[in-house]
Design a protein around this ligand. Structure first.
Ligand SMILES: *Cc1c(COP(=O)(O)O)cnc(C)c1O
Length: 364
């Protein structure tokens, strides 16, 4: 069975070493020494100033909205994982969609301005599949209209934009460290704040709003990362170069096999940013071809995923509906092929041959 991704498991003895330390310390959570070490290592590795570890990438978004004081409407992309939209609704904010660019698959800055009104407080773009948004234009629109920007950077671990970490743009960026992501802590996430003040506030919010054992400063919640999660993060971080090399190899094999296929389209990469090979999305000519490819792959024990389908503007719990034609069109035709560091060349060849078989059969 080959799935769209395979969780990376580091050396068991190394992890066991950290578990032994946790037992010795008898400090399991609440900003323990291992979480502190991971926070420090990530700060250096990613080149960011204020990174806060949390229990998952979904609450990372929710805490960011709270700390930045978002209200009313937030302009966002309909082409993402459901958490991008659901967190807004969960926090009582109203998602206002702006359609994506059909080549980059990111929020198209040209569609943002028309959605701004006096109730708008922020823009929430996603660097989808690790592809940097048009950051310069988005920041300029935000500045001109006095809006906050939160980047859902769940897919952009270890990506730089114009020579510095992509996580340094906007008021905040959030990461997911779910076990299916490029870097993981089993479940986990982080928020990168531009301002130290926001970081300090968030640090209290994720621990019930406490600023001392008997001092409840404001309303808070519990979403701390524990020591077992942080230990997994330290182990995976040590192996990151190996993980990235394996993914790059897989990416290159896919490209070699598929690039000459005239009816396939690929996401257009932002030239100002580096790639992290987190996903391998392909866009087919029609949903019909996609469904045939998917079922043929499934018959061969291969499970690609329809990331991202359906387009989020069609969610049943939205009160305000706005149809996004580009996002809906792409959502129906895009499939993420298996992508992980240990994927073998022969498996990729097999996957690509199945795709080619379906497409050539379909065009007869
Ligand atoms: C994975 C993901 C999230 C949610 O992260 P979790 O750690 O699974 O809660 C949010 N946004 C995007 C774009 C994601 O891919």
């Amino acid at each position: 069975m080959i799935n769209v991704t395979k969780s990376y498991l580091p050396d068991k003895e190394k992890y066991q070493g950290y578990v032994d330390k946790i037992y010795d310390n008898c400090w399991l959570t609440n900003n323990g020494p291992i979480a502190q070490e991971l926070e420090k290592r990530l700060r250096e590795y990613l080149g960011v100033k204020h990174i806060l570890l949390v229990s998952n990438g979904t609450v990372a978004l929710q805490i960011a909205y709270r700390v930045l004081g978002l209200t009313g409407e937030v302009i966002t992309t309909p082409f993402s994982f459901v958490a991008t939209t659901s967190t807004l609704v969960w926090e009582g904010l109203k998602p206002r969609f702006a359609d994506i660019n059909k080549e980059t698959l990111c929020l198209d800055p040209n569609n943002i301005t028309e959605k701004i009104n006096p109730n708008t407080s922020a823009i929430l773009p996603v660097h989808v599949f690790g592809n940097a948004c048009d950051i310069d234009k988005i920041q300029a629109i935000a500045k001109e209209n006095n809006l906050k920007v939160v980047y859902d950077a769940a897919h952009t671990f270890d990506v730089s934009y114009k020579g510095k970490s992509i996580l340094n743009y906007g008021d905040a960026s959030t990461l997911s460290f779910h076990s299916t992501k490029l870097f993981h802590t089993i479940e986990g996430g982080a928020i990168i704040f531009n301002s130290e003040e926001h970081y300090n506030k968030a640090k209290k919010i994720i621990n019930f709003g406490l600023s001392g054992p008997e001092d409840i400063e404001f309303l808070g919640i519990n979403c701390k990362m524990n020591e077992f999660q942080a230990a997994m993060g330290l182990c995976v971080l040590d192996d990151l170069q190996k993980i990235k090399n394996g993914r790059k190899r897989a990416y290159d094999w896919y490209i070699e096999n598929l690039q000459h296929m005239k009816t396939l389209e690929f996401q257009k990469g932002n030239e100002e940013s580096t790639q992290n090979y987190a996903y391998f999305p392909v866009i087919f000519q029609s949903e019909e071809v996609l469904l045939k490819v998917k079922s043929e792959l499934n018959n061969n024990g291969i499970n690609p995923r329809r990331y991202f389908y359906p387009s989020l503007d069609t969610l049943n719990y939205l009160k305000h509906r706005e149809y996004m034609p580009v996002s809906n069109d792409i959502s129906k035709r895009i499939l993420c092929l298996p992508m992980y560091d240990s994927l073998r060349e022969e498996d990729i060849t097999r996957i690509c041959n199945i795709i080619k078989g379906v497409i050539s059969h379909n065009s007869i």
